[in-house]
Design a protein around this ligand. Sequence first.
Ligand SMILES: Cc1ncc(COP(=O)(O)O)c(C=O)c1O
Length: 458
Amino acid sequence: MNRNELTRRLLEDAAQRSIRYRETCDDRSVAPDREAVAALGRLQQPLPDAGMPDEEVIALLDDVGSPATMAMAGSRFFGFVIGGSLPVTVASNWLSTAWDQNVVMHEVTPATATMEQVAIEWMVELLGLPHGTGAGFVTGATVANFSALAAARHRVFENVGWNVEANGLIGAPPVTIIVSDEAHPTLFKSLGMLGLGRDRVIRVPTDGQGRMIAAKLPELHGPAIVCTQAGNINSGAFDPIGDICDAVKPGGAWVHVDGAFGLWAAASTSKRALTDGMEAADSWATDAHKWLNVPYDGGIAFVRNPADLAAAMAITADYLITETEHRNPSDYTPELSRRGRGIDVYAALLSLGRKGVEELVDRCCRHARRFAEGLGGAGYDVLNDVVLNQVVVSFGDDATTRRVIDMIQADGTCWCGATVWQGVTAMRISVSSWATTDEDVDKSLDAMIAVAAAVLDG
Ligand SMILES: Cc1ncc(COP(=O)(O)O)c(C=O)c1O
């Protein structure tokens, strides 16, 4: 067999296996069973001297790996804020993997660079961000927060005459960093990585839903970065971003929005009000692998003035083609070399259209309300106002709730994780997948209620 024939056979086999995986994903326990996890021991073999034939490699990955996966691509995974992957994005991901483009420079990867640029323009429009906002495609909201805050760091220091990219932070003028008590841990991590300090922040208190209380913002003097949140990881609540902008923008502060999943509320007519005023901010971080349902991994760092992001990220070298009339993708990301993550975003947006994104967001929110009504109706405590796709529920005291969560996970009909919300142990339901239907919600509710009743009956 020649090389092309071997390649064709291998890829067709992998495609068949992938299709089978997706077709059977909802027929099995959402969490992998014990035997499947134990069988992972088969992967722990010594590095072979002579390689294994390719088709045997893929067979091993599938036979041992597939059963031991968590069915995140299925329709009843409600843990964390994960999202599934739209079929068109799995297909675009395969195709772009076959292209194997390194999206550094427009001149050498014009197809992918163009798709990414268009995807950015579409998202800016869809999410109601200011015209001209620029962006970089990164691995997720963590690096999107990092990148956007790197742009913020550039701007606030430049405003006081300090070139932070050249001179670093040693000897730099002080900067005030504001976060809320409910900021996501990745925000603190990003601040730490930027040398701004995880703990050198002023924390603003939050209300019972986890929203920053704008009236408690301190008076700001000098350079400042104010970090807000669109979508609390537990409750789904939004900081009053408009009020925060009104309070701090006149003094020249940079406002950042961590909207890992919540930013997509702006694509829905019925949910958009949650994001009111966020267009006055300077930067926004979001994920595509959450609510847009593209395969892992994909996040986006949006910055109102793209030059601020480029000032933090762009480099030149004699061997790179940096002099171009086009947008060079690597000018806007921490990475130089990377895959074309924006291709799947382009494919998702083209396939869904404006209406499809809105329907996806609305559907997930409707499912979340159905969960809240079902569990509340069964006598369990829904702890949050269900304003988006997140439901936080308690089944009794902390130990009982933990036990119920463990048993729901073991039951396998669906999967939800544990959290602590406002001091109370709770189960967190996040509905983020395009694939979840009303029937999935009902089936999951039945399982949750039956498991909880069994645990409570002793
Ligand atoms: C508000 C918020 N910010 C940041 C993140 C981190 O996102 P990622 O894991 O995609 O980096 C999350 C993850 O759930 C989040 O909810």
